[in-house]
Design a protein around this ligand. Sequence first.
Ligand code: 5AD
Ligand code: FES
Length: 353
Amino acid sequence: MKELVDKLSEKHSLSESEYAALIRGRALDITAELAGLAVQTRRAIYGNDVFTRGLIEISSICKNNCLYCGIRKDNHNANRYRLTEDDILSCAAEGYRLGFRTFVLQGGDDPFFTDPVLCGIVYKLKENHSDCAVTLSMGERSRESYKQLFDAGADRYLLRHETADPEHYARLHPKEMSFANRMQCLYDLRDIGYQVGCGFMVGSPFQTPETLAKDLKFIEEFKPDMCGIGPFIPHHDTAFRDMPAGTVEETLYLLSIIRLIHPPVLLPATTALGTIDPNGREKGIQAGANVVMPNLSPVEVRGKYELYDNKICTGEESAQCRQCLDTRMRAIGYRLVVDRGDIKRQTEVNSNV
Ligand code: 5AD
Ligand code: FES
């Protein structure tokens, strides 16, 4: 184990079977060692700064049927809502006052958000807040659509790959969705010029050390600008309701490994991690993460964007979440910064290390 850790930290690369061995060999001592190295690596690039992104959940309407997700089309108990353009712009304006310089628009695959509609919103966001980055997390769209949104001003795109194993992918998604298309989207986004984020759930049903090893190899090769990982948490109205949730321990372990694989990656301590452990986000930062994404959605709709059960921060106002995270980060020796929070490119990294 020790040899694998040393190799990973020096070469930022392991073979797929070595990644699988590292995952199978998770134990307390090795977890602590990886976290120490991950924090050191992150600190050399980003110091003790934690970047924030203001998350605006624009629609819980979805025409897809991902088996794990609480807002899947076939969940007839889901509460559906859609924010108006005015709602979105005023959430962002409030976020700006609170110090956010990146807005993430996330939503289900809602046919209302056609290219002209979404481009109009992106354009206005950039017009109102030219010093901010706009990140979209709106699922699979055509290359042409991604290009139009980029030309309208979108800077970044988050599209979790969910799993880099095609058979595993097929067990998590309905047959209309394809692994090949998901991967193609990520390469198209990169090609168009976006900063791109991939990611996966930790402990998703049917995940194994071997499928995780493929995720890690994919991250090593694709070198995403962002990587979102958080525990799978079952939603009571899905077929996976009785499946076990992912664990804090495994999520933290993987955060540290991902930091070492790709040192400059923007790595959030996710809301899902904060949901399964009251101090999950702090623990995520202490394992090598450097981003938090508090919610800016209007309080009236927050509970309705229910991808999984017991999600935190559904009753708090944006200002409360900002304040809460500020306090939490200070308590562990970090600070939330008012910054777009772009990835530091390798050249900048080298001159900093
Ligand atoms: N538990 C944890 N994460 C989930 N997501 C969707 N459903 C769940 C769940 N039950 C994640 C997926 C998706 C992102 C927006 O949320 O990885 O890409
Ligand atoms: Fe929302 Fe703590 S971050 S209440």
